[in-house]
Structure formats: structure tokens, C-alpha cells
Design a binder for this molecule. Structure first.
Ligand SMILES: *Cc1c(COP(=O)(O)O)cnc(C)c1O
Length: 224
């Protein structure tokens, strides 16, 4: 079973490298985040055994149940929060995660700054941008991204690694990836968290530095 995981990871890394080289990028610039939401520690462990070290979770509480134990055995892993964050969960998020991809309003940035100071941690952040300007979707409006970046960096002294987006399901992701890359360039940010199982090669071609891949590694998640 873990051989399956190892070969899936090897295939993925070849696809990533192919996409990167195709546009003249160094594959080393791309970090593969294995999105393990809904999967338990016993399903995650073989992926760790196969050598994968970056993982993504979308719920703080769910992650708290499985990652402290896994981290004891794999202290060199990096855990990314890729789901929406409420400010009342900032304490737990700062304690558990190494990177947070979903900062989308000043209130969250402030709560994270307070907790990082209290816990003596400095966690790189991504600003999530609602590139499709969808009504109920998380993310700052593109026109507000610069102002939020300035709150994070200038006012709060936080480390912003880049921008993150989740394109609308019914639209061509390439348009959103290209838009996010352009916006990051304008803001002087180098990190781009974009691309999932169905579109990560496109994302890599358009400059992704962090791709978030779940089902292509772990298999389907049933209902969702
Ligand atoms: C679930 C999730 C992913 C991974 O999606 P797959 O299609 O399974 O690769 C990536 N990003 C975010 C924000 C997610 O919630």
C-alpha cells in the first residue's frame, strides 16, 4: 500500500518537474503540499514514510487531533493551514501550524500577530485573494490586497510570503492563476499558493511556488 503512495508521489513530482521545466522554471521552486484533510493519522503515516514532508489541513480542530502525534515521529514536517481561520482560533493555529495561507482580513492578521508574540513564534503567511470576487468565498478583494499587505507587514511586522487563491469552480483556473501572479508581482511578493489536483500543472506553468494537492495523493474524499 505504501508503495502505491510512493509511486503516486514520484509520478506527481515528475509532472511538477515537467511543467516547471516546460516554462523554464527550476522544479525546486515548487513545494508540493499534500492536503490530508478528512484523512486520519493512519492514512497520513504512509505518505510521511514515503518522504513527503509538507502537509495541508483546512480545519484547526481536525488538525489538532492528528498532527501533534505525527509530529513527534516526524519533527521535520511542515504543516500548512489552507482553510478559513476565525480569530478565536488564532491561538491554536499559531501553536500547531508552520505556515498560514488564509489571511484575508486585518482582524485575523492582528489576532495572529498577538498570538505569535505571546508564543514567541514567527510564522510565514499568505494573503488569500478572492480572485473571482465571489460573494460567499473567503479571501480579500483584489483591490484591497495591497492595503491588507501593508497592515500585515508595516503595521504588524508579520512575514508575508505571498498570495493564495482558490479559483471559482466553474471558471478557467488559468485566468485566476495568471491574475494572482500579476498581482503578486505588483505587490513585490514572490510566493504563490495556487493549484490543486485538477490544475496544478497549469498553476506551476503560471508561477506557483506552493501547490495544494489532496485527492491525487490520498484518493477521493467521498462526499466532498
Ligand atoms: C481540499 C483543498 C485542496 C486540495 O484539493 P484536491 O482537489 O483534493 O487536490 C487544495 N486547497 C484547498 C484550500 C483545499 O481546501
Amino acid at each position: 500500500m505504501s508503495e502505491d503512495v510512493a509511486s503516486r508521489l514520484a509520478d506527481l513530482s515528475e509532472e511538477i518537474a515537467g511543467a516547471a521545466r516546460g516554462v523554464g522554471r527550476d522544479p525546486e521552486e515548487v513545494t508540493l503540499i499534500a492536503v490530508s484533510k478528512t484523512f486520519g493519522a493512519e492514512e497520513i503515516r504512509p505518505v510521511l514514510d514515503a518522504g513527503q514532508r509538507h502537509f495541508g489541513e483546512n480545519r484547526v480542530q481536525e488538525a489538532q487531533g492528528k498532527w501533534p502525534g505525527l509530529r513527534e515521529d516526524f519533527p521535520d514536517l511542515t504543516l500548512h493551514l489552507i482553510g478559513p481561520l476565525q480569530s478565536n482560533k488564532a491561538k491554536e493555529a499559531v501553536a500547531l501550524f508552520d505556515v498560514i495561507h488564509t489571511v484575508d482580513r486585518p482582524k485575523i492578521a492582528r489576532a495572529l500577530a498577538v498570538e505569535m508574540a505571546k508564543q514567541g513564534k514567527r510564522i510565514p503567511l499568505f494573503v488569500q485573494v478572492n480572485t473571482g470576487e465571489e460573494q460567499q468565498k473567503a479571501g480579500v478583494a483584489p483591490a484591497e490586497a495591497g492595503a491588507l499587505l501593508s497592515v500585515c507587514r508595516d503595521e504588524l511586522g508579520l512575514e508575508v510570503a505571498g498570495l493564495m487563491c482558490i479559483p471559482p469552480v466553474d471558471e478557467e483556473p488559468a485566468i485566476h492563476f495568471a491574475f494572482l501572479a500579476k498581482l503578486a508581482g505588483e505587490l513585490g511578493l514572490s510566493g504563490l499558493s495556487m493549484g490543486m489536483s485538477g490544475d496544478f500543472t497549469t498553476a506551476v506553468e503560471l508561477g506557483a511556488t506552493h501547490i495544494r494537492v489532496g485527492s491525487a495523493i490520498f484518493g477521493g474524499r467521498g462526499g466532498s
